[in-house]
Write a protein of this length. Sequence first.
Length: 383
Amino acid sequence: MEHRILAIVVTDLQGFTEAAGRAEREDVEAFIARHHAEVGSVIREHGGRLVKTLGDGTLSVFETITDAVRAADALRRRCDLSLPGVGTLPIRVAIHVGEVGVDAEGDVHGDAVNLVFRLADGVRGGAVCLTEAAYHVGHWENETVSRVGAFVFKGIPQPVTVYALSSLTGDTEPPMQASQDVRPFYRPSPWWRRLISFYMDVLIFSTSFGLLVGWILRPWFVHWHPPAVTRGDVSAESTSTSPFVQMETPLGKVEAQGSHVTVETPIGRVRAEPGTVVVESPYRTLLRINYLRLSGLEVLVFVLYLSLSWTLGRGRTPGNWLTQTAVVDVDTGLPPSFFRALIRAVLLVLLVLPVGLGLIIPFLWGRQLPHDRWTQTVVVLQR
């Protein structure tokens, strides 16, 4: 068996299996014959060799990556045949460069062939994706190629960085899609980076929001004076010290008064008030946590601050940027959509800010917080 380094191209049609089940058998056979003839014609025009066909898929090899990429671009432009009763099935193309074994019949074998087939499983219809090996040996003067991210493929021990040719239609759909055999690769952020990132965002937002509001309302401050308070002008309600929630059992006591909450047990006490949580034993203070607090209109604006930052900043708020982390979709590895970012921000504010314990306690459950699970997002490291 001869061993050579070749550019390998694999194609198939997205949704073909499902579409074939809805169409007439004769129509499917005629469609596949026309599709294979068109693919073979494009491959030969660009100096390649069609090794074999596999159902709706094809395997081809080229001497250079430049010829392979030009052929792939031509394939997605020309191979848009329509299956009667179903419609057009978009072609997807995967490219890799590596060492292959060529047998006496001209078939190719090896790990490089297995990798490009795995890559093809994750390519979205109408897209052309290539591995990092193919990207580094190619010349891209006339092509726009962008990095998609790293992916883990079933049966491939190491993650593979994937690149893609620019879309023909200019759409923003990701060129790779997750499946059972294709998953985005990322390194989850440690809890301490998430904690620092979150409170950095609270600090940055609080400072910016305060300065902005002060600048906007400055003309009114010049002409406004607080009303004088006379002695005795205090309502009975404001001087009342009786708790509005009080519950006592043999196991403990809970009391809430105004914005203060106290929980007492035989082994200790927890006191919470805006900005502070204190854990005490019968003998001493065990833990005191001071945290930044947002309320009222600030909370709503803070939610928009987070969601817009994740959307427009490609998954990164200023706090994420400072800690080299990012929020991405679990399935695609891409920044979340605005709607998903908005839901995540609302859940984050509702679950974290009122508690005041930041991101410490939820990590006792695992690496994902409730707002991670419910929005299918994750915070990852970015180097």
